[in-house]
Design a protein around this ligand. Structure first.
Ligand code: FEO
Length: 169
């Protein structure tokens, strides 16, 4: 694999680990607010991000490359409300989408067909990631900041479970 591609994927491993860290930070906000279902959703999301990092990690080794782990940035821990948190989730996922698109553009430029193929999973995944964040933003708006609507949504998000994708089982 071209060194430029390897370096860019290593940066993405770091970005996925940062995402896991960010969502875990968001989970701590919900734990403190007594919204256990929201906290559950965030902890599952953090696991998903770990699995994204591991997909890239495994791929680098499959291609005979080298994984170099860098320091993970400090995630923010200041949140005003559930709506503020999920608005930040959506913004963050849009940023991740542009990172994945950037990787794909590099793979095109380098005529790295194997990496293009691997990245297709992530391109599809980002459509889902943005869609699910946007849907929860809408639901939080509908539920309002307090009361029974938020309680019902907390119950719903508490039902989320982690499903590893086929190649991780
Ligand atoms: Fe790894 Fe939420 O994108």
């Amino acid at each position: 694999m071209d060194k430029k591609m390897e370096t860019a994927i290593n940066k993405q491993i770091n970005a996925e680990l940062y995402s896991a860290y960010l969502y875990l930070s968001m989970a701590t906000y919900f734990e403190a607010e007594g919204l256990e279902g929201f906290a559950n959703w965030m902890k599952i999301q953090a696991q998903e991000e770990m699995s994204h990092a591991m997909k890239f990690y495994n791929y680098v080794f499959e291609r005979g490359g080298k994984v170099e782990l860098d320091a993970i940035g400090n995630p923010t821990s200041k949140f005003d409300s559930p709506l503020d948190v999920f608005t930040q989730v959506l913004e963050h996922e849009k940023e991740v989408t542009s990172l994945i698109n950037g990787l794909y553009e590099l793979a095109l430029e380098l005529k790295d067909y194997a990496t293009q193929s691997m990245l297709k999973w992530f391109i599809d995944e980002q459509v889902e990631e943005e869609d699910s964040a946007a849907k929860i933003v809408d639901k939080v708006k509908l539920a309002g900041e307090k009361g029974s609507g938020l309680y019902m949504l907390d119950k719903e998000l508490g039902g989320r479970t982690f499903t590893p994708s086929a190649d991780e089982e």
